[in-house]
Design a protein around this ligand. Sequence first.
Ligand code: HEM
Ligand code: NAG
Ligand code: NAG
Length: 348
Amino acid sequence: MKKKVSAAAVTVAAVALVLVASAAEASHGHLKVGYYEKTCPGVEKVVKYHVAKAIEASRGSGAALVRLIFHDCFVRGCDASVLLDPTPANPATEKTAPINIGLAGFDVIDAIKADLESRCPGTVSCADIVVYAARDASSLLSNGHVHFPAPAGRLDGAVSLAADAQRDLPDSTFTVAELIRNFRRKNFTVEELVILSGAHAVGVGHCSSLRARLAAPPQQIVPAYRSLLAAKCGAGPDPVVPNNVRDEDPKAVAAAFPSFVKKLRKAKDFLDNSYYHNNLARIVTFNSDWQLLTEKEALGHVKEYAENGTLWDEDFSDALVKLSKLPMPPHSKGEIRKHCRFVNGHHY
Ligand code: HEM
Ligand SMILES: *[C@@H]1O[C@H](CO)[C@@H](O)[C@H](O)[C@H]1NC(C)=O
Ligand SMILES: *[C@@H]1O[C@H](CO)[C@@H](O)[C@H](O)[C@H]1NC(C)=O
């Protein structure tokens, strides 16, 4: 339907464009700790309240939030593009990409956003919520050992394409050379690749993400662990298994991997340097994890972080801050979304 456009409407539209443009400009390199101190006091307490509540209900939701910052920031920078739901106009947003299998935590982000919108409408970006939530989740899952002040002031992007996620995110089938190249493209070093991979101490993966491991030779995966995974993966079309063997179900471990029973933990999804111990012992889920042992520098860092958990806590904190600073592509438009799943002006 064609409408007659009034002069007033044109003026309003022009003003709105200027506002969007200046807001987008402000997004470059102006991240600041305590960014919402004046405009939305208490914002970080609100986020932490919701993250703590979600983790109390299920520690797995904490793991989901730690993965979410990576999958948001590696694709078009930290702009909450990963949160956008598919619509008829854009049916293939990032979250529909196969590489984003199992991505979760969206409900926690929605709850935080709803709370913040009622306190300070139109003020806190979804991109900043993703970063705060990942910070709080890693802190809570590590009993406070991972902690850092999180700079904020990001804007939410309007573009979200599954093809971008597929191109920019690493796949579990990658070789170490491919992993290094993938991280290099985002200005992350081999050391940072190793540091960030330690996040696989928590959470779960689908069997389809580790299929090749079920046929990998003993130098790559302990046969008893491989049998355990094979048994669990045979139990359904595409079940999930814990990333960290110490979070495994005791019955399955007793049956396939009895020597490991004593290492099982009651507290699941504890974020520490156990990933590096597991990796050196060839008991990790993904090919991409094992691959880190096949390159000299990466292997050196795996050993370094296996030896010093405090060092990993600190370096992981720093690496998350660096991740949180990945910018949107130049000249991107930004806004503060009203609802994290839709760009503003979207008609429901
Ligand atoms: C180095 C390259 C990486 C590869 C190839 C990779 C791959 C994967 C895969 C395949 C899954 C399981 C998805 C599924 O099947 O459901 C997964 C889960 C996970 N990843 Fe990564 N990942 C990488 C790096 C990272 C980084 C940098 C982080 C965060 C700093 C991270 C955090 C997580 C977490 C927390 C989970 C569990 C999520 C949950 O339980 O909901 N990963 N990753
Ligand atoms: C990586 O660093 C280069 C050089 O400083 C910069 O031009 C580029 O935008 C950076 N890439 C990302 C993804 O930040
Ligand atoms: C482990 O790392 C911490 C933090 O960098 C450092 O202070 C400590 O000296 C290291 N411990 C050992 C045994 O190297």
